[in-house]
Design a protein around this ligand. Structure first.
Ligand code: UD1
Length: 379
């Protein structure tokens, strides 16, 4: 287990005495990289609507490239509260966030607590909010992998069932919520990651990706890879299999390496720069989008990247046995592949058929979220 307050975690900001608000108050609880991306359009929509929006950063992610860079690049206001929790096992990490949030919620007495996605920070926010009787909304509700060994699956199922309002990104997610008896508290808003992607892509211009010039690659001549899920990184045999598969691909594979995969690879003596495979640090969001847009394909176990690849119409190979984003697979833009042979076959497959399908909304999900919260606040 890592330290609860690792080097790099920021100091806890002092929590002021109870603060009242004349307008609808929403507290967003975020802590991990994908949550900062989802927070960006919500913060913007809240400001546009005059909602009093409080941002609480749990400190689950503390490396600047997993945290600060998203706030600066995506124009997110600095957190009002930073809990500085850092890394630890599931119980200690979730418990430390939960314990710290009670005081924050009582200080701000929000009309809504907004929990994002499926991390340990999400579950802690959910439990704290329901125990203290603050209305809880879950953004990105209704996703299911049906794999009960994934920490994210526990977090999202428990949060959906604790929530007063389930904000679903897709029809498929709405279907899952309905089949679990949650239809009457569910609203289809669309996917806020579509909002961010559209905005960032329009600001990129048509220039080449910085990664291409930095690494001497050619446009369309490389793959982008990310591997960070516990089930792929923590078992050395599994990690070796994936690294072997990537290292044998027909073009350079840039692995944008999360600290978890670097730590596990080092622990097990696995080199992440071998054959076609080249390890690189994580990228800021606009650089990631530019790098994916210029690539020949994506190989990943990230949920967000599967969708980003689809929205950019870049073929994706997902190194998992299942996905929550089934629409990407049904439309042919994503293939699930676990062994090194299947990864190679999937990556070199023919380009999928063009589609104008929009299963993840129209880029205005955040406005719908804020309208729904403001319209149903108890005041
Ligand atoms: C978490 C989420 C996962 C999400 C991912 C995005 C849970 C259970 N998992 O996984 O759903 O897809 O974030 O990245 O909440 N570490 C650092 N620096 C950091 C953060 C982590 O070095 O800033 C290292 C630590 O060694 C830590 C390990 O990465 O133990 C794992 O971090 P953790 O926050 O527990 O989970 P993630 O793998 O990032």
């Amino acid at each position: 287990m890592g330290p609860l307050f690792p080097t790099g975690a920021r100091a806890i900001l002092p929590i002021p005495a109870r603060i009242d608000s004349a307008t609808v108050r929403v507290i967003s609880v975020v802590g991990a990289r994908p949550q900062f991306v989802k927070l960006a359009p919500i913060a913007r929509a809240a400001a546009d609507a005059g909602v009093d929006h409080i941002i609480v950063h749990t400190g689950q992610h503390y490396d600047p490239m997993l945290s600060d860079v998203f706030f600066s690049d995506l124009g997110i206001p600095a957190p009002d509260v930073h809990l500085g929790i850092g890394s630890a096992g599931h119980g200690p990490q979730t418990g430390a966030i939960l314990a710290a949030l009670d005081g924050v919620f009582d200080t701000y007495a929000p009309d809504w607590v907004l929990a994002y996605g499926d991390t340990n920070s999400t579950l802690a926010a959910a439990v704290s909010a329901v125990k203290l009787h603050y209305p809880l909304a879950h953004l990105e509700a209704g996703l299911r992998s049906f794999n009960r060994r994934m920490p994210e699956e526990h977090n999202r199922v428990l949060t959906d069932h604790a929530a007063d309002l389930c904000l679903a990104p897709s029809e498929v997610a709405m279907g899952h919520l309905a089949s679990e008896g949650l239809a009457d508290r569910s609203v289809l808003v669309g996917d806020v990651m579509t909002d961010v992607l559209m905005l960032v892509r329009s600001g990129l211009g048509g220039g080449a990706s910085g990664l291409v010039s930095e690494l001497g690659l050619t446009e369309g001549g490389y793959y982008v890879a990310t591997i960070h899920r516990a089930e792929n990184t923590d078992d050395p045999a599994r990690l070796r299999e994936i690294v072997a598969g990537l290292s044998l691909l027909d073009r350079p594979v840039v692995l944008l390496a999360h600290p978890r995969v670097i730590a596990r690879a080092r622990e097990h003596g696995i080199s992440l720069t071998t054959g076609s495979l080249l390890a690189h640090g994580p990228l800021a969001y606009p650089d990631l989008i530019a790098a994916v847009q210029s690539s020949a394909g994506v190989v990943t176990d990230s949920g967000g990247l599967q969708k980003e690849a689809f929205l950019l119409r870049v073929p994706c190979t997902t190194v998992r046995a299942e996905t929550e984003w089934v629409e990407t697979v049904e439309l042919g833009w994503n293939v699930l592949a676990e062994s090194s042979e299947l990864i190679a076959a999937a990556v070199t497959r023919e380009r999928p058929p063009a589609t104008d399908s929009t299963p993840y909304g129209d880029g205005r999900a955040a406005t719908r979220v804020i309208d729904t919260l403001a319209g149903s606040a108890r005041r």
